[in-house]
Ligand binder design. Sequence first.
Ligand code: AP5
Ligand code: MG
Length: 217
Amino acid sequence: MIRTILLGPPGAGKGTQAARIIEKYHIPHISTGDIFRENIKQGTELGKKAQEYMSRGELVPDDLVIEIACDRLLKDDCKEGFILDGFPRTVYQAEKLDEFLSENGQKLDCVINLEVGEDILMKRLTGRRVCKKCGASFHVVNMPPKVDGICDVCGAELIQRADDNEETARNRIDVYNAQTKPLVDYYKKAGVIADIDGAQGLEPTFAAIVAALEKEV
Ligand code: AP5
Ligand code: MG
């Protein structure tokens, strides 16, 4: 049983590492960013509201995010654990998550804090390419696809995320520093944080995450 949060700035590798973690532990990966992007694609009301904030690199309002995350956590597949990616992102969201977990007789095992410097983050964000169809993620330098512009997994076209241009990416990092970074202290006080050097390659980062999770399993 693993109940964990992947905490870290934009481009730290949360999504990349979550994909590896679910292969190993078979628990659901809950990314609030992915949920919003799916809603934008489908043209839902939620998607329209979220897009306003996401296109500027700002946070979607707390109440909207909390409702979506808690609804998802109530689904049956989360009974045996979960990985939260990109939620919580403010102290208020973290407090509401704590309330939700205690009401449901659950607790977090571990919060993985991926640490990466800002120069590397900017290179990762601006070089990221994602599959239009299946969402698989690549990087033009660090993780290039076999064929330029084409997804290795499903053969569809690779595109750049709308918020991965230089200006929006910079704002997302600033927003992280102002509103999300305080969560590192919040979870440090709760005694559940594991600091991981996310600037290493994919494999050593994954090995360090597994070592932190196994301590709790
Ligand atoms: P979200 O989708 O969560 O984006 P983010 O936090 O900005 O994080 P990213 O997805 O950009 O980065 P990542 O850490 O997943 O990196 P990745 O693994 O892809 O949120 C988007 C927006 O939605 C927010 O701005 C906000 O508006 C809204 N939102 C979402 N949740 C919210 C919430 N709770 N509250 C309010 N608003 C919310 O890696 C990046 C690149 O680096 C890839 O190309 C990858 O190949 C490469 N890479 C990864 N690891 C390595 C490595 N070790 N070495 C070399 N390259 C690597
Ligand atoms: Mg991500």
